[in-house]
Design a protein. Structure first.
Length: 691
């Protein structure tokens, strides 16, 4: 028997990007475990990825190219050869590329976070065609934009420092489910005497294990941050030296937050004045005592109309109290901006002859239904989907389904399994999983460049995304040298070698070790040096002013709330959020039987008072609805959901839900204040019992 151990990396859309060791016996992956030597993974994998072999070897894997034989949505296909599939695709794409290349649209996101299997060869292919660009904003862009205006880039507190903090605010996230290795550090900080506070409308698994849970209403995080700043300034809990040296616009900020008294803040957020006061004092007094205070802000905060501003306001807090002086102080939203990736080399935007239009992935439902026009351009006639499942994950799902059901729309899907989206494909191409291909990774929760080595040969006739787009390029007649580069040659270009942070990057060395930490200071902004135009933390942002935005921290009401839309709230009085279920990751893993078995079935958590008003008992089936659509779930009557809020843990494949629908039936295609991102948690609904 031949046994080897292969170094790999988790590819999924999670901050942790774990280092993995894959045991392979006679060509079969027999064990997957976390690398005990990797400082953040520390030998621990989440329940999802620890079962990655089950996913790879699933009897449901797509192993051969297929062509649709039934109606769109029926999911009926016949097996064809790769040559037949490539010929069929090129026959449809060539005329469009020659006459209306923008009628071709790629649709992808973070089904893999890999720099090679994500957007490298695929981007080259679509750039060469001149296809429409895709605005990939569905997860993080609102918060990243607000953070960038304030801090200058997605750089923050190193994960490995959090255990040394004395106060940790876990704001808008549930790290037990979605950021396990941060949670391990937070638990260590707790053992050392730190106080943990969860700020979240829902009492999640994480909130239950913190010292305090502040259950504000969805979309009011910006107001809470303003109220905290009011108290910090009013009670002189700021670091005047840090503010004077390393921030911009303090005088204007002071004037702005004077309006945000604890009373106003509490009323806006649906919490008590004492909670506002106590939170600000805990944060400010601990910092004033010279102890590190840290914030882990996550993406739940920014999935509302004012989501970008909310993250901006939170990002102002560490500079106000001088928290950045400490390696364990500050804030982390994402570490991805720390990585000097070489995206132009990977994606080759120079292949574009002219700049095409951009289609936002959030509004795909409307855009697939738009006719050609002077303002929109050509109708979308072909969509190539990879690393995504828009039928399940995109908002306003009925319109998405209607768009993909167009008989005149040519749809190609690269996938591992027959997802909701695959059911609407004309041609299906089998893609490899992480165990079957090569990739290079950054992380957005730690500071290690990562390598993924192929552990096993591809199953069936599956091919890496890169190879599929090489083959398509050849069929289209593209003979540029860049379409001949191997995955190793692509990975060797992943990070810039002329940047001090990655100056020691060498792909062959990284493949052998599996990971290498960036050269970054322990406390990146201890002495200012923010990557903003001014070099300071910008309470006042001229860039925002130039972009037509309020240059100071502000509060932007939800599109859908009792305060902003009272007539709508009279009809649909409950706010709804749909955060990740513990055993799913977006729509990945929903089809893994052991994980879906743990989740059971779609549930809706509803507060006892709201349930009683509607005659709903624990275990009843309920219909959740608004003007956009409806879906059915089993009610769990619980005070984990605060009054006025319902929570549908997500995101289920529609075909695996009892009524063939999921939470995105009721979510909106409206975009955030900045970053053109989705407003999944800016949703009003009504709930009724069904027999």
């Amino acid at each position: 028997m031949s046994t080897t151990q292969v170094r790999a990396a988790c590819p999924h859309d999670c901050p942790d990007t774990c280092a993995i060791l894959v045991t392979v016996e006679d060509g079969v992956a027999t064990e997957i475990k976390g690398d005990p030597d990797h400082p953040t993974t520390a030998g621990v994998l989440c329940t999802k990825v620890s079962r990655y072999a089950e996913r790879t070897y699933s009897p449901d894997r797509l192993l051969y190219p297929m062509r649709r034989v039934g109606r769109k949505g029926e999911g009926k296909f016949e097996r064809i050869s790769w040559d037949e599939a490539l010929d069929a695709i090129s026959a449809r794409l060539k005329p469009l590329a020659a006459t209306a290349p923008e009628a071709i649209l790629p649709y992808s996101y973070c089904g893999t976070m890999g720099l090679v299997q994500g957007e490298s060869m695929s981007s080259r292919f679509f750039n060469k065609i001149g296809a429409s660009l895709l605005d990939r904003t569905i997860c993080a862009m609102a918060g990243a934009t607000g953070y960038k205006y304030t801090i200058g880039g997605s750089i923050g507190t190193d994960l490995e420092q959090f255990q040394n903090a004395k106060v940790i605010l876990i704001w808008g996230g549930n790290p037990i489910a979605s950021n396990l290795h941060f949670w391990m550090r937070a638990q260590e900080a707790k053992r050392r005497g730190a106080k943990l506070v969860a700020i979240d409308p829902y009492r999640s698994l994480t909130a239950e294990k913190c010292h305090q849970h502040i259950a504000l209403m969805p979309g009011t995080d910006a107001a809470l941050a303003l109220g905290m700043m009011h108290v910090l300034i009013a009670e002189n809990l700021i670091d005047e030296d840090y503010v004077s040296q390393y921030t911009l616009g303090y005088a204007q900020l002071k004037e702005r937050v004077a309006e945000w008294t604890p009373a106003r803040t509490a009323q806006t957020c649906g919490i008590t004045e004492q909670e506002v006061l106590d939170l600000a004092r805990l944060y400010g007094q601990t910092a004033q005592a010279g102890e590190p205070v840290a914030i882990r802000v996550n993406y739940g905060v920014q999935r509302v109309r004012g989501g970008g501003m909310a993250v901006r306001n939170i990002a102002c807090l560490p500079a106000l109290v001088g928290a950045w002086r400490h390696a364990a102080g500050g804030v982390q939203l994402s570490a991805s901006g720390s990585f000097p990736t070489n995206k132009p080399a990977l994606q080759r935007p120079d292949l574009l002859k002219k700049l095409p239009r951009t289609i936002n992935m959030v509004t795909i439902g409307d855009d697939l239904l738009r006719p050609a026009s002077e303002s929109f351009g050509p109708r979308i006639d072909a969509v190539i989907v990879y690393n995504s499942n828009p039928l399940a994950v995109a908002p306003d799902s009925a319109k998405v389904q209607q768009g993909f059901a167009r008989e005149d729309l040519f749809t190609v899907v690269l996938e591992h399994f027959q997802t909701d989206t695959v059911d609407y494909a004309d041609i299906v191409l089998p893609a490899t999983t992480q165990l079957e291909h090569t990739d290079a990774h950054l992380a957005y929760g730690h500071l290690y460049m990562m390598a993924n080595n192929a552990a096993i040969a591809p199953m069936g006739e599956a091919k890496p995304n890169t190879e599929i787009f090489r083959l398509l390029a050849a069929r289209m007649g593209f003979d540029d040298a860049c379409f001949q580069e191997s995955d190793d040659e692509l990975a060797a270009q992943a990070f810039r070698k002329d940047d001090a942070r990655s100056i020691h990057f060498d792909w062959e060395s990284l493949k052998k070790k599996g990971w290498q930490k960036l050269n970054m200071p322990d406390a990146p902004f201890a002495y200012g040096k923010f990557p903003t135009p001014s070099g300071k933390c910008e309470f006042f942002s001229s860039s925002m002013e130039a972009d037509g935005l309020d240059p100071l921290p502000a509060y932007i009401e939800n599109y859908e709330s009792a305060a902003s839309s009272p007539d709508l709230a009279a009809k649909y009085p409950l706010a709804m959020i749909s955060p990740p279920a513990r055993n799913f990751l977006n729509s990945t893993f929903v089809n893994v039987q052991s994980l879906r078995g743990t989740e059971g079935e779609p549930h809706l958590d509803i507060h006892p008072d709201d349930a009683a008003t509607r005659g709903v008992n624990h275990g009843d089936m309920v219909r959740i609805f608004n003007d956009r659509g409806s879906f059915v779930s089993k009610a769990r009557v619980t005070d984990k959901a605060r009054k006025g809020l319902v929570v549908g843990l997500s995101i289920w494949w529609k075909k695996l839900a009892g009524d063939g629908k999921n939470a995105n039936e009721v979510t909106s295609q409206r975009l955030t204040d900045m970053g053109r991102a989705p407003t999944f948690y800016d949703t009003l609904v009504q709930v009724e019992r069904v027999s």
